[in-house]
Write a protein that binds this ligand. Structure first.
Ligand code: 0PR
Length: 388
C-alpha cells in the first residue's frame, strides 16, 4: 500500500494517536501470542521494562552527565565477566551481537599490522561478520563444521597463514545452537599469536548456568580469549536493543577509543561504534542481571532445557522429521523434513501461523522463555499433520 502523507499537519491528540498506533500494530505477532517459535529474542523481564522506562532520556554516550549509569554499565560487564570466570574484563552495553562483533574485529584490526586481513571463522558464523568484513576491508575464510555443528579444529589450524588476523568461535550457532570447543580455539590462537573472539551472542546468558541447572557444558574464559559477545536481548531477558561486548581487560578495551575533547570535561574516550547510546538499555540490563542473579538465570536455563528435552522426545514420535542434533548443547533445536524439502514444510507450517526461522537444510525452534509446553503441543499436532 502506498503511503500518502497528510497535507494538513494538524495536531492529533495523544490518545488518538496511541489508539491509531494500537490499530496499526494489531496484526503483528507478539511473544505472548504463542506462535513465535524461531526467534532468539523474548519479551523483556518486567523489571527490565520498568528500569528501561526510568532512564529513557539518558545518553550514556556522554558519560559525564550520567556517572551513576556509567557505573552500572561497568558493574554489569564485570558481573557477566565473573559468570564467565574473568572479573578483569572491561566492556560495553551495545545494541546487540552485530555491533559487538564489529567492535571485536575493529579491535583486532587496530592491534595487528596492516598486512593481516584474514579472519578464520566457522562456516556457521552469523552474517554480522560479513558486515564487519565489508566495513573494514577484511576477508573471511570460512572453515567447515563437523556433523555436530562445531568448527573443525584441524582445518582451522591448517588455514592459519601469514595474513591471518583473528579467529572466531561461536557459543550458540544461529541455526542449531552448537558450541565450538572454546579451550581448543584459545590454544590455537595462543600458539599463533592471533586475536580470538567468541561470539556467545546466544550462549552468553546460557552457558554459565548450564551445569548448575543439571546439564553438561559451561562457561570459562581461557587464556587466549580476547573478547566475547553476549546479548541480554536474547537469553538475558533484557530489552531490545541490548547486547554486550567484553574485552579481556581494560587495556584491550581502550583499543578502539576515540578522544572526545568537548564532552565530559574533555576526559571522554568513546570506544563504541555509535555516539549517543541508550542509557535505558543500560539501566534495564543492570536491573535484570541483579534481580535474577545466578539463581534466577539458572531457573530460566533449567526450564528452557527441560522444554528442549520434551521437544526432542516428541519429535522422535513424528516419522516425517528428524532432529539435526539428538542432544542439543542448548535450547535451540534444528529440525529437518525427511520426505519433502524442509522449506516446503516450513511454508506449510507458516500457513498455520507458526513463525519459524529456516534455512535450506533445517529450521530452528528456540525454546525461549515465552515458549510454553501448551503452544509446543499445538505446534506438534500441526507438524504431524503437515508431514503426514
Ligand atoms: N551472532 C549470533 C550467533 C547470532 O545468532 C546473532 C543473531 C548475532 C550474532 C547478531 O545479533 P543481533 O541481531 O543482536 O545484532 N541471531 C538472531 C538471528 O539472526 C537474531 C534474531 C533474533 C533474528 C530474533 C530474528 C529474531 O526474531 O537469527
Amino acid at each position: 500500500m502506498v503511503y500518502t502523507p497528510p497535507t494538513r499537519k494538524a495536531t492529533i491528540s495523544g490518545r488518538d494517536v496511541l489508539q491509531e498506533l494500537d490499530r496499526r500494530l494489531v496484526g503483528d505477532l507478539s511473544f505472548d501470542g504463542g506462535k513465535i517459535l524461531g526467534s532468539m529474542c523474548s519479551s523483556p523481564h518486567p523489571v527490565a521494562s520498568l528500569a528501561f522506562s526510568r532512564a529513557l532520556e539518558c545518553n550514556i554516550g556522554d558519560e559525564g552527565l550520567v556517572p551513576g549509569l556509567a557505573e552500572l554499565e561497568r558493574e554489569s560487564c564485570t558481573l557477566l565477566g565473573s559468570w564467565w570466570g574473568n572479573s578483569e574484563v572491561a566492556g560495553r552495553i551495545v545494541t546487540g551481537g552485530t555491533e559487538a562483533n564489529i567492535l571485536a574485529l575493529w579491535t583486532a584490526k587496530i592491534r595487528a599490522d596492516s598486512e593481516k586481513v584474514e579472519v578464520l571463522l566457522p562456516s556457521t558464523a552469523h552474517y554480522s561478520f560479513d558486515k564487519a568484513a565489508s566495513l573494514m576491508g577484511l576477508s573471511l575464510v570460512r572453515i567447515p563444521a563437523d556433523a555436530s555443528g562445531r568448527v573443525r579444529l584441524d582445518l582451522l589450524e591448517a588455514a592459519v597463514g601469514t595474513h591471518t588476523l583473528a579467529v572466531i568461535g561461536i557459543a550458540g550457532t544461529t541455526d542449531w545452537g552448537a558450541v565450538d570447543d572454546v579451550e581448543a580455539l584459545a590454544a590455537i590462537a595462543l600458539r599463533h599469536g592471533l586475536y580470538f573472539h567468541l561470539d556467545a551472542s546466544f550462549g552468553g546468558f546460557v552457558l554459565p548456568f548450564l551445569s548448575q541447572a543439571g546439564y553438561p557444558g559451561g562457561a570459562s574464559w581461557p587464556e587466549g580469549l580476547s573478547s566475547l559477545t553476549a546479548d541480554p536481548h536474547k537469553m538475558g531477558r533484557g530489552p531490545i536493543p541490548s547486547g554486550m561486548i567484553l574485552w579481556k581487560d581494560s587495556i584491550l578495551a581502550r583499543t578502539t577509543a576515540t578522544d572526545v575533547h568537548y564532552l565530559s570535561g574533555g576526559r571522554l574516550k568513546q570506544n563504541t561504534v555509535v555516539g549517543t547510546r541508550s542509557g535505558a538499555a543500560v539501566a534495564a540490563v543492570w536491573a535484570v542481571m541483579n534481580h535474577l542473579g545466578t539463581e534466577g538465570y539458572t531457573d530460566i536455563v533449567r526450564e528452557a532445557m527441560e522444554l528442549t528435552s520434551f521437544l526432542i522426545l516428541a519429535l522422535a514420535e513424528i516419522p516425517g522429521v528428524d532432529c539435526v542434533l539428538p542432544r542439543p548443547a542448548m535450547n535451540v533445536v534444528g529440525v529437518r523434513a525427511k520426505h519433502m524439502p524442509t522449506p516446503l514444510l516450513v511454508t506449510k507450517l507458516r500457513e498455520k501461523g507458526w513463525a519459524l526461522s529456516s534455512w535450506e537444510h533445517s529450521f530452528r525452534i528456540v525454546l525461549m522463555p515465552h515458549v510454553s509446553r501448551a503452544s509446543l503441543q499445538l505446534f506438534l499436532t500441526d507438524l504431524q499433520e503437515a508431514t503426514g
